[in-house]
Design a protein around this ligand. Structure first.
Ligand code: F6P
Length: 357
């Protein structure tokens, strides 16, 4: 008999359900008896003992369904060791609930913040297995996270739609793509959608270079320019500021996000009309793409195998085209950034894409 807890934490993404279904199917199809405890709304469910018992049937029909049947929430790692408003020790409460239910392990689906807490629980002696989710694909230790390819599809479709209207009106269009810290999503959607300029956090931009690229396009007879901007894109000047100084500067700005700042800069220098489109959370929504369905199902099945073998303390990841188990201590607290010298960046530049650098 295996008693498994499961929770989804952090921002949701596509294929969370597919991954959980993969875990449960692989367990149910083994000869082992299993009991599944689904903790609701991320770590909150584990902290406050808010769970429901689930069977294989609960996971039927959810392969193609976006979101998470368990609900999710952000429980910042920064404050996880602080008592809650009623003085409850959250880490101790999670341990107590784990032991009360006599769990063999907890399967935790999440991104960066989630992995820090997952690793803390491992250090506290709980058996943990994690699965890598996030549309940002910025999780260390895995080449790919589920949700990413689905989000690339949606952001690309947005840029595709913008293309026709941009061409009709001879305007500059900015599409703001999710990703505060890394630019994988913006780079991939930007390249797939044929963006002319791509701005990502890893390559700070220079306003003069952006304007130069727009003017160059005009000189070549192009009527419009499309710019894919990551939420976390940053100017060369701002990149020199400390985190504190940057936050202070942002507070004073009237622009809701960097895209509007870039738009204002272009408008001021070129007199061109600029429009900003923010697809926002649509990028995390809807049905997972076929790649993510297969990928998340494979990760889930491999997690099931680790449970059956009693191997804990790992994230099931993907490296060099193989599913691998990565020790949680190697994942937690690290960010997978895009290398500004990566071949994909060089290739994009060869295609004539400007990074504003
Ligand atoms: O971490 C995934 C992500 O979608 C980021 O790309 C984005 O910056 C952030 O979450 C948005 O967070 P929230 O849903 O809390 O607004």
């Amino acid at each position: 008999m295996k008693r498994i807890g499961m929770l989804t934490s952090g921002g949701d993404c596509q294929a969370l359900n597919a991954a959980m279904r993969g875990v449960v199917k692989s367990l149910v199809n083994s000869k082992e008896d299993v009991e599944i405890y689904g903790f609701l709304n991320g770590y909150k469910g584990l902290i406050y003992g808010d769970f429901k018992m689930l069977t294989g049937r609960d996971f039927a029909g959810i392969l193609t369904v976006g979101g998470t049947i368990l609900g999710s929430s952000r429980t910042p790692f920064k404050t996880i060791k602080d008592p809650d408003e009623n003085g409850l020790d959250k880490v101790e409460a999670m341990k107590q609930n784990y032991y009360k239910l006599r769990l063999d392990c907890i399967v935790i689906l999440g991104g960066n913040g989630t992995h820090k807490t997952a690793n803390l629980l491992r250090q506290e002696g709980l058996n943990i297995i994690t699965l890598p989710k996030t549309i940002d694909n910025d999780l260390y230790g895995t080449d790919m996270t589920f949700g990413f390819q689905s989000a690339v599809d949606i952001a690309t479709e947005c840029i595709d739609c913008i293309h026709t209207t941009a061409a009709s009106h001879s305007r500059v269009f900015i599409v703001e793509v999710m990703g505060h810290k890394v630019g994988y999503l913006t780079l991939n959607a930007g390249m797939a959608g044929g963006a002319d300029i791509i701005l990502i956090p890893e390559i700070p931009y220079d306003m003069d270079k952006i304007v130069e690229a727009i003017r160059q396009r005009e000189a070549n007879g192009s009527r419009f320019t499309i710019i894919a901007v990551a939420e976390g894109a940053i100017s060369k000047e701002d990149a020199k500021l400390s985190k504190k100084e940057f936050a202070k500067k942002r507070e004073k700005l009237s622009h809701p996000s960097v895209s509007y700042e870039v738009a204002a800069g272009i408008q001021e220098r070129t007199g061109q009309e600029v429009r900003v489109t923010v697809p926002g959370h649509t990028q995390r929504g809807g049905s997972p793409c076929p790649y993510d369905r297969v990928f998340a199902s494979r990760l889930g099945a491999e997690a099931g195998k680790l449970i059956l073998e009693g191997e804990y303390g790992f994230m099931v990841g993907y490296r060099n085209r193989e599913i691998v188990k990565v020790p949680l201590e190697d994942v937690a607290g690290k960010l997978k950034m895009l290398d500004p010298n990566a071949t994909i960046i060089q290739e994009a530049k060869m295609l004539g894409i400007s990074f504003g650098d």
